[in-house]
Design a protein around this ligand. Structure first.
Ligand code: SAM
Length: 295
């Protein structure tokens, strides 16, 4: 992965180089932005390798920090756009750590406010993009759901998240981690945890374990559902009160406009017991129940 052309670049995966940059700019970490920078070159290279980035790819990086992973992305991708909210990091990136690369654009913006679909259309002609990021953990779920729900043309999302959140995205029914996030992610993508990353690989050290998960976007969802919004409302209502039966959690939910009678009848038609809880249903069963309610 390392290329001769870049052998003189001060790679930030080397902690000595990271500390030098931080000192040069008197940079103070901002907790509110979830700033934990990677300081392990091996991990950075592995993330980019697992993301399968090639010289044909347009890559969106969310939260480049001082540019540790951006450097390696630039060395492997055709083009990189890095979106960073913290204004103090912009001169570090553009005038220093990324100044060697001519295939990167840094945008100073909140990723939740950026029109990513337009960016993908403008920069990649609407073809699927790859998203790679060591995410700010405080907004992991809105970032992922925003990417899936806003029709951004996506090939894959390879992201560092809290280990516990990665587990939640990957599991199926019958486990305590199974919930609305598992089902939402699995509706849009095939999830696979590709790397566990200890806290010692970051500066400052986070107090949680981390993992890298790759979400490969499906061309078409794995289930046929007539109204995905209704299905997700049913899913949310089931897990908002996960210890209750679906008849109570969904039947009494203001969000799902379905009578208890209709729900009871639909559960029966789907071969599900009246006492069933949402945590026991697969994505397939949620889709079937939704379609039955709509019959
Ligand atoms: N990629 C760098 C690395 O691996 O060393 C930094 C990762 S750090 C966990 C998360 C980064 O996301 C920080 O640089 C932070 O300032 C940035 N960030 C936080 N909230 C953001 C937002 N809403 N939009 C864009 N960037 C954000």
């Amino acid at each position: 992965m390392s290329n001769e052309k870049y052998k003189n670049v001060m790679h930030l995966g080397n902690p000595t180089n990271t500390i030098a940059v931080l000192n040069r700019y008197g940079f103070n970490f901002q907790k509110k932005f979830g700033q934990n920078f990677l300081i392990d070159e091996n991990i950075v290279e592995k993330i980019v390798r697992e993301a399968g980035v090639t010289e044909d790819d347009f890559v969106l990086e969310i939260g480049p920090g001082i540019g540790t992973m951006t450097q390696i992305l630039c060395e492997n991708a055709r083009e990189v756009v890095a979106v960073e909210i913290d204004t103090k990091l912009i001169p570090i990136l553009t005038q220093d750590t990324l100044s060697y690369y001519d295939n990167v654009t840094v945008i100073n913006e909140d990723i939740l406010k950026l029109d990513i679909k337009k960016l993908a259309d403008d920069k990649n002609g609407g073809r699927p993009i790859k998203v790679v990021a060591n995410l700010p953990y405080y907004i992991t779920t809105p970032i992922i759901m925003g990417l899936f729900e806003s029709n951004v043309p996506l090939d894959s999302i390879t992201i560092m998240v809290q280990k516990e959140v990665a587990d939640r995205m990957q599991v199926g029914p019958g486990t305590k981690d199974y919930g609305a996030l598992s089902l939402a992610v699995q509706y849009y993508a095939k999830p696979k945890i590709v790397l566990n990353v200890p806290a010692s690989c970051f500066m400052p050290r986070p107090n949680v374990d981390s993992a890298v998960i790759k979400l490969e976007r499906y061309d078409k969802p794995p289930v046929d559902v007539k109204d995905e919004h209704l299905m997700f409302r049913i899913i949310r209502a089931s897990f908002n009160q996960r210890r209750k039966t679906m008849l109570n959690s969904v039947g009494n939910s203001g969000e799902v406009n379905v009578s208890k009678e209709k729900l009871s009848e639909s559960l029966e038609k789907c071969g599900l017991p009246q006492t069933v809880r949402g945590e026991a249903l697969t994505l397939q069963q949620f889709a079937q129940l939704t379609n039955t309610i709509l019959e």
